[in-house]
Design a protein around this ligand. Structure first.
Ligand code: GTP
Ligand code: MG
Length: 203
């Protein structure tokens, strides 16, 4: 694997472990980053774009595609954890409780977790669930970064206005990183944060 001027190229991404509870998470001790956010916000698409793969993480236009925690082993050095989005839980209360247990259970007890990426759609005001996730990250004292997804859906001139709106809505110190899995805007910045957080010089 090499880091070049044109960005990181991934050669080795293994298929993943699927988990719904502790005990099923990978136990190699390797560092890990996680991607959370509402259903359909683009978590699985972002993982594919980061890894330069089309269909490694399964995506769908219908919210609720990812329903388990899926771990992707990257270059034998770290894991990406793709978390189920809230929102599919509209289906039933018990589904909603299951989601809460699965996601909060993971966030509160995972020493390998070095950074959380909290994804919100660049076009919309963050909702209550986004704010709840933001508060969980603060509460459990986890390093986290906001990402504003689907930046290709806005005109260039609108992007800064929207990232400023999202920063204000969370009361965050920094605006979110604008990202698009179509144009790959933001990919290098996110890789930099991942490698830094995991203490990896080069993949
Ligand atoms: P769940 O697994 O349901 O939680 O959703 P998710 O957050 O993993 O979303 P997913 O990656 O499956 O993407 C949802 C839809 O948004 C798909 O139709 C994607 O093609 C689309 N999408 C994701 N990212 C982008 C993006 O950057 N730009 C555009 N235009 N569409 C995107
Ligand atoms: Mg998904």
């Amino acid at each position: 694997m090499t880091a070049t001027d044109t960005g990181i190229i991934i050669n080795n991404t293994d298929i993943y472990t699927t988990a719904v509870k502790k005990g099923q998470y990978p136990d190699t001790g390797l560092p890990e980053v996680a991607f959370v956010g509402k259903s359909n916000v683009g978590k699985s698409s972002l993982i594919n774009a980061m890894l330069g793969r089309k269909r490694l993480a399964r995506t769908s236009g219908t919210p609720g595609k990812t329903r388990t925690i899926n771990f992707f082993h990257v270059e034998h050095k770290l894991y990406f954890a793709d978390l189920p989005g809230y929102g599919y839980a509209r289906i039933s209360r018990s589904e909603s409780e299951k989601w809460g247990e699965m996601v909060e259970g993971y966030l509160q007890d995972r020493p390998e977790l070095k950074r959380i990426f909290l994804l919100v759609d660049i076009r919309h005001e963050p909702g209550n669930h986004d704010k709840m996730l933001y508060e969980w990250c603060q509460h459990y004292n986890l390093p986290f970064t906001l990402i504003a997804t689907k930046s290709d859906k806005l005109k260039r001139s609108q992007i800064q206005k929207h990232t400023a709106m999202i920063r204000r809505a969370f009361g965050a110190a920094e605006p979110p990183v604008a990202f698009s899995s179509e144009t790959r805007e933001g990919r290098d910045k996110i890789w930099e944060l991942i490698l830094d957080s995991c203490g990896i010089d080069m993949l």
